[in-house]
Design a protein around this ligand. Structure first.
Ligand code: PSU
Ligand code: MN
Length: 316
């Protein structure tokens, strides 16, 4: 344990809050959780570390405190130093940890990054209610054969955290993903749009559950949900900025090709998503990566505003 880390033993002996995060939380100031699977499995080096740091800066500039989350030395670390982020981004063979992996990783003191599901759990344990990512996992195309449905969806059903994302990539079956979210009772809010976004593009062709236009609206919907005892998360679909959007035809062509390669190479389980992301980057000559960076940065801004609105509503 380093001196900058404090154990939040009241919550869990396995959670270590970074000092800055702990201070902000005890003062009721806005905090935004961030995942690290996007760092270890979602983007190549050095774009991964540059993006992780830029996202933190955006959150700070918007008046909130970032809490980037990973697992190492037998604890879930909530809030990482710049050095720790740089280190994780360059470590090879980091485990991608979702809900099922958490106890195993902790017991063995492995180093792991956290998926959306695992980051939601960590945020909840730390008392953080807003979490920013790029895209969530969902129902994979062909899931009626493979049963490949991300644990992120179940987590949204269970864990009280607002997740700000740019939708899900069209590598998934977006329609089925939304059906499952409906079944699980997860509100899907379109941020300043009626549509559910498709990550690289602004419109998936599917509608969001409801449109919201302000961070205050998101905060108030979340508060009411939790006040009613309706446990579980809320999903905010924040479309990629217009000038960063990719051409739908080109990206869908690349997605189609990447899916075929994954099938031919018999990629399964937790390797599927990272494999497809890397293939897309190759097939689009880096364009998909650039779009990914832009959309995460924009989500960070909106997430910080939502966290601020939520913190303000608590003081009323
Ligand atoms: N979608 C992206 N980039 C990512 C991920 C999803 O556009 O990096 C990561 C997230 O951490 C998400 C995880 O929680 O992949 C989903 O993996 P799986 O499909 O194996 O549940
Ligand atoms: Mn999967």
């Amino acid at each position: 344990m380093t001196t900058t880390l404090l154990t939040s033993s009241a919550l869990s002996p396995y959670v270590q809050l970074h000092e800055e995060v702990q201070e902000a939380l005890s003062a009721g100031r806005p905090v935004v959780a961030l995942e690290t699977t996007i760092v270890t499995h979602g983007m190549p080096y050095p774009a991964n570390v540059e993006t992780a740091l830029s996202v933190e800066n955006i959150i700070r500039s918007a008046g909130a405190i970032p809490a980037t989350i990973c697992i190492k030395d037998g604890a879930i670390h909530v809030g990482m130093s710049r050095h720790e982020i740089e280190d994780l981004a360059q470590t090879k063979d980091v485990i991608k940890a979702s809900r099922r992996d958490l106890p195993v990783v902790l017991a063995n003191r492995y180093t792991a990054s956290t998926t959306v599901a695992a980051t939601m759990i960590a945020a909840r344990l730390a008392g953080i209610s807003v979490f920013v990512t790029g895209g969530i996992g969902g129902v994979h195309r062909g899931a009626e054969r493979t049963m490949d449905i991300s644990a992120d969806l179940q987590e949204l059903a269970k864990t009280d955290v607002i997740v700000v994302c740019a939708g899900t990539k069209a590598i998934l079956d977006i329609g089925l993903t939304l059906e499952v979210l409906e079944t699980l009772g997860v509100p899907v809010l379109g941020y300043q749009t009626e549509q559910f976004p498709a990550f690289y593009t602004r419109d998936s062709g599917h509608k969001a559950n409801f449109r919201v236009d302000t961070p205050q609206q998101v905060a108030s919907i979340a508060r009411i949900k939790w006040d009613l005892g309706l446990t579980g998360g809320l999903l905010v679909g924040n479309p990629i900025p217009m000038d960063a959007e990719l051409d739908p035809e080109r990206i869908n062509q690349a997605i189609h090709q990447a899916l075929q390669t994954a099938e031919a190479q018999k990629i399964t389980g937790k390797e599927v998503t990272p494999f497809l992301l890397a293939e897309l980057e190759r097939l689009t000559a880096g364009e998909s990566l650039q779009a990914n960076v832009r959309l995460v940065e924009y989500n960070a801004l909106v997430g910080a505003q939502v966290a601020t609105a939520l913190a303000e509503s608590a003081h009323q």
